[in-house]
Design a protein. Sequence first.
Length: 622
Amino acid sequence: MRRAVLGMILAVLGHACGATVTHAPTADLTKHLPATLEASRPKDGEPRTVKIRVWVDGGVRAQPRWREEIGDQIDYASQLLTPLAGMRLAVESIKEWNRTSDPHASLAALVELDKGDDVTWVIGYVTPGDVASKAMSELGYGEPLGHHVIVRGWAEKPEATALAGLLPDLKEAERGEVLGAHRRHKQTVVLLHMLAQTLGAIDEADPAWIQNPSYAPKQNGFSDRNRDLIVLGIDDRLGGGTDQTLAKKLLESIEKSSFGGWVPTSQDEVTKRLRNVIDASRAGRTAAAVPAAAYDQYTRIRELAKQGKVTDGLAELENLLMAYPGNAAMHQLKCEIMIAAPGQPCAAKPTDKKPGTQSCPPGIADKATREACAKASALAPGDPTPHIVVGEALARSGDIKGARGELVQAEGKIGNLPSGEVDAWRKLIAVYQSLGSLTWTEEAIVKAKLDKDPLAVQLAQTRARYGVPRGAKFVVADQEAALVAAIRGSLDLIYANKFAEAGRAIAAAEKKWPGAPGLAATRCDLTLRQGQIDAARASCDRALAADPNDSWALYLSGVILLKTAAGTPQGIEQLKQAIAVDPELGQAWRTLGKAYSRAKNKPALEQLGKDYAAKFGQPLPP
């Protein structure tokens, strides 16, 4: 049975979560009321009782009827949660909380005060802010898998002032009733938002959904996907599950079905948090999770770094590390901030002489940065993350040897991760790809068992197009990118009709990588365009002798053979082979079409046309 704040509100609300009221609302008042909370997909079965304990600080207790107000808000929240997730909130007790800390640190203080072992949630009501904020991050606090939430009290005067402009035509008594309805709605929505957050709910983009990062009076429920997470979460908790079991279930549910209504950054944060909890089960091997009491501060430090306030973030992080000197995740954050700092605008220190002067650590080249990253690795010796982060930074700086050393260490540790191995491999593979090493990238793809990944096909195409076969002796792995770049550069000069410059570029590359089939194919292209057919044929022959799958040499050989009628059959075979090893080589397809036309092979030409249209999405040119 729903307990009302004011008799008038019962008539105005009309119905809440299925309960029907027959009194008709006054037209003038209805349009100023907040939305009614409703569950779009009621859960079958009898609701289960969920025990909560409430702590209320002095700032909230100073407000009139505070106990009744809190009780009514919890009751209203329960009215939504009962059909939504099959749970009914039951207050075990309401206790006075003599809290004196900063409200932003209230969640950590509540965790320290009450472990909550005998209840599902411990809820703290703390002193309201000085402004009528709409940001959920300022109206309450909670964290994924947490068992504690904070709700900031109703800021009476600021909220009344903010709503005053929206209620110009109401009498004083009616104004008070509408303000009471807004108070009840907002405080209940904040409570629901924070409770859902502890069960794994992700921020929603639709402003009408409760899990939106900003409060709005029109919020009336949760999206179906967040409802699923809430139900999954409470079922696991009431079933005796642990943070680890719930984290695995939530992560599986989130990744099993994507949802466009979630805020991407929030989804990333939640999934990272879940993986962190899962990985913490292998203590000493991978980075342990950030302690619940420190998570708010940890998150704030990350935000400071994102905003470019690196100096402030590092200073606050040092204070946090004094309290948790052995937490590898915090040391890892320090490592990442110090590495990324040179690429971000940094806030000037008060001591800087010139406004805007940057005071950032010098990144991966700095000894202190490397020491910070080494510390993170030492505290979690089985975690590949520090090595991947350092390897990526070294790759960006051009230190290929150093990057390779870090990534090799990471490869040997990825298997330690209880989850997220594929993600870790993909990050590592992306670094190898940025280095341009075909060999290292392919080896990592094989180890990650991603042989069918499109990237593997792309690498095979690159090898064929530029004549860099696997196991080649003429180039080492860390020089493959430079060789491919030299071939591309030479071809660009050829296409620009800068033949003399192209000849010099090819000659310089041949001295560095003698016997490279890709360079021989490039010389074949150059001499062919200069009308030196015999020289071109000789160069293509050299390329194919070293690499029978050099697609550019196969294509050019086919072009050369087609210059005589007698060479047409052999030219067709060369072009077919070029397409087989490099299906994206459009030039070979089009030239083959002309060869079929010359040979009057209509069936082959028709089939090629169909295949070309399917491949490239357009008709084969005549």
